[in-house]
Design a protein around this ligand. Structure first.
Ligand code: C5P
Length: 421
């Protein structure tokens, strides 16, 4: 299925000599399936491991090796290819080619093409006229650990290249160590992350809260709720794909953190509140998707609570937790940060009236109201039916849709709330 970031992108996939070259075939296939147009350029050593025909068949385009036999007698294939590339991936990247790239050598079609392709500064929105480079080194651990190799890698990363891997594990020699090429799925994720940096949230920080807080009763028991964290992580992914630097302050989650998103693990509402307030001053958009416990056991027992013979009940006194978005609103009134704040209202009755009241009470720009009694929607589900309520009184009722799409709609509604810097 076409990927929204990779679809239509012209990818130059460099493949150098190493046993991991066989995994580059899988990467090539994944890129093509994502909708990218892939031009494979191999070194002679790479062609000893995997036939160019494999890449030609997967990409539907010739796989090139030779500088001097370009189709149609093109005298400058490296310059032409460099000028028509949106993204560079070199996987696997051998120690030899890494050294050449760092030194600016241009002794084959791949190194000549890459020397003619300026590396984008990913930290700068708009890429500054360059092209993102994703490098996936793979080699024996001694070659990787060599200070010369390390210095070459550092030099390229300093110029803006994104390094993916290498991982630790079994190497071609049979030894265990660092040097395995990153898995194709991870390289693809790194490529998406780089391309997203052209998006409308490039240079912006987004903070999301997610999951159901845990309020301890004793060392092994706690009060919590049915939140899965799926909606929060979907929002984090949507913001990341628009180019934002995203962090998620989250209670324990059953689902993994998306690639490229910073994880800030907490457990209780108080911890979540502290973590959010510490970051609010540098956050452009805060989205409170966590299901925060309004109350916690007033005292958490130091030891596991025991039942005694004949005991029929146990009374637990609860104390009020801080209202995180309320605290943020107070801080924002002083500092102006975060620039935009979005809340969620999960309700079982009087959905819109309750949501509208919370929008005002928590001084939000937008509240996402969802009826958690609706079958197949809300807590733990993959879908959600929500209504967006804006501070200016506008309302937008959305049909039931996957949480990923709800997240896209919420972010689309946030963009106009941000003033240009
Ligand atoms: O008041 P209620 O819990 O229904 O409001 C929901 C919204 O407020 C959500 O965005 C939730 O993350 C946030 N919230 C909070 N601190 C609390 C309770 C809820 O920030 N103590």
């Amino acid at each position: 299925m076409a990927d929204r970031l990779l679809d239509g992108q012209r990818v130059l996939l460099g493949v150098t000599g190493g046993i991991a070259a066989y995994k580059a075939a899988d990467l090539c296939s994944k890129l093509v399936q994502a909708g990218a147009q892939v031009d494979v350029v191999m070194t002679e050593a790479a062609a000893r491991f995997v036939a160019p025909l494999t890449f030609a068949a997967l990409s539907g385009r010739p796989a090139r090796i030779d500088m001097w036999s370009a189709p149609g007698g093109d005298p400058i294939p490296h310059v032409r290819m460099a000028a028509s590339t949106d993204l560079v991936i070199v996987a696997p990247l051998s120690a030899n080619t890494l050294a050449k790239l760092a030194l600016g050598l241009a002794d084959n079609l791949l190194t000549a093409t890459l020397l003619a392709t300026p590396i984008a500064a990913l930290s700068k929105p708009g890429f500054d006229g360059g092209v993102p480079w994703i490098l996936a080194p793979a080699m024996e651990s001694h070659m990787w650990a060599n200070p010369l190799t390390q210095a070459h890698m550092v030099a390229l990363v300093a110029r803006g290249a994104a390094q993916v891997g290498p991982g630790r594990g079994r190497l071609a020699s049979g030894a265990m160590g660092a040097g395995r090429m990153a898995e194709p799925a991870e390289i693809l994720a790194a490529a998406r992350l780089a391309l997203a940096r052209r998006g409308p949230l490039a240079g912006r920080r987004v903070l999301v809260t997610a999951g159901g807080t845990q309020e301890p009763l004793d060392p092994v028991r706690y009060l919590t709720n049915a939140s899965s964290g799926k909606m929060g992580l979907a929002l984090a992914e949507a913001a990341r794909d628009l180019g934002a630097a995203v962090a998620v302050v989250h209670a324990p989650l059953a689902v993994p953190m998306p690639y490229g998103v910073e994880s800030v693990p907490v457990r209780t509402a108080q911890q979540m509140c502290d973590a959010v307030l510490a970051r609010a001053g540098t956050t452009d958009v805060l989205i409170g998707a966590a299901a925060v416990a309004d109350f916690r056991p007033a005292e958490a027992a130091g030891q596991k609570i025991k039942k005694t013979p004949g005991q029929e009940e146990l009374l637990v006194r609860l104390a009020r937790n801080p209202d995180i978005l309320g605290e943020v609103a107070a801080q924002r009134a002083q500092t102006g940060w975060p620039r935009a704040v979005v809340g969620f209202a999960a309700e079982t009755q009087d959905l819109l009236a309750n949501a509208a009241a919370k929008l005002v009470a928590k001084r939000l720009d937008l509240i996402v109201a969802n009826d958690v009694t609706e079958p197949g929607s809300g807590f733990g589900a993959d879908d959600n039916r929500v209504t967006l309520l804006f501070a200016d009184g506008r309302q937008e009722a959305l049909p039931i849709m996957p949480k990923a799409e709800v997240a896209d709609r919420v972010l689309a509604a946030v963009l106009p709330l941000l003033q240009p810097d």
